[in-house]
Design a protein around this ligand. Structure first.
Ligand SMILES: [Zn+2]
Length: 247
């Protein structure tokens, strides 16, 4: 293939743009804040679930407490009525009196048992409420960490995107000066060789594979016409000659 030397050196600039675009993509993929954000998001989600579970325990215990309170109130009310009846002196039948007294006794015992339950539920409720308070604060700080990192990643991505736009514009302007045939060859090599399609020949070395060319090859490159499109025998790149090629 024969292409004017100026076009070949423009191709080098296109390669520089493509290399920079690949670097930007890599930079975006490997932003340290992205990994931190993933970890923080995972933690925030875990804390959110733990908080919901703790809140469920609190509302269950609140229901349990209301029931325990109601049970105690019921027994107290029953005792109060029995006591009133006993104190009113309206019951004279000894058997009835005895039965009333024994009911009062068992109600008193029942009340003590229920008050124990009430107290125990209250203690558990306090513990569960403390857990909710702790998790609320943990969860809030995890959420704000996620927001902080999201903003940081956003800023970095915006910076990368701005540079990408500018490099793409440069590339767009450059490819306009390259023949379709050379560009097609370049694109094909680039697709097969991890993003590199053209390389400088710099002081007898291919900048693509960074291998010093054997003297025989240097000699044949030296003999080649200026518009001849050369290829590196090693990495197959289009080898572009510059003033510093050492030929
Ligand atoms: Zn090479």
């Amino acid at each position: 293939m024969k292409v004017p030397a100026s076009e070949q050196s423009t191709l080098l600039q296109v390669q520089d743009c493509d290399t920079r675009l690949a670097q930007l993509q890599h930079k975006s993929n490997t932003l340290p804040q992205k990994a931190e954000l993933a970890t923080a998001t995972e933690r925030a989600e875990r804390l959110r679930k733990e908080l919901i579970a703790a809140q469920t325990i609190v509302s269950d215990l609140e229901r349990e407490q209301a029931k325990a309170d109601a049970d105690v109130d019921l027994v107290r009310e029953r005792s109060r009525k029995d006591r009133e009846l006993l104190d009113s002196g309206s019951i004279n039948d000894p058997k009835q009196l005895q039965s009333l007294e024994s009911e009062l006794e068992s109600l008193a015992k029942r009340q003590l048992d229920l008050e124990d339950i009430e107290l125990e539920v209250m203690e558990r409720l306090e513990g569960a409420q403390a857990a909710v308070t702790h998790l609320e604060s943990e969860s809030a700080s995890a959420q704000s960490e996620v927001q902080r990192l999201t903003a940081e990643v956003g800023d970095q991505e915006a910076e990368i995107a701005a540079e990408r736009t500018s490099v793409e514009a440069d590339r767009g302007a450059l490819v306009g000066g390259i023949s379709a045939e050379l560009l097609a060859l370049y694109d094909k090599i680039r697709a097969d060789h991890a993003g590199r399609g053209a390389a400088r020949l710099h002081r007898g070395r291919c900048d693509g594979c960074r291998i010093d060319l054997p003297p025989t090859e240097v000699a044949s490159l030296k003999a080649a016409a200026e518009d001849e499109v050369l290829r590196c025998e090693e990495c197959r790149c289009i080898l572009v000659r510059t003033d510093e090629s050492g030929l």
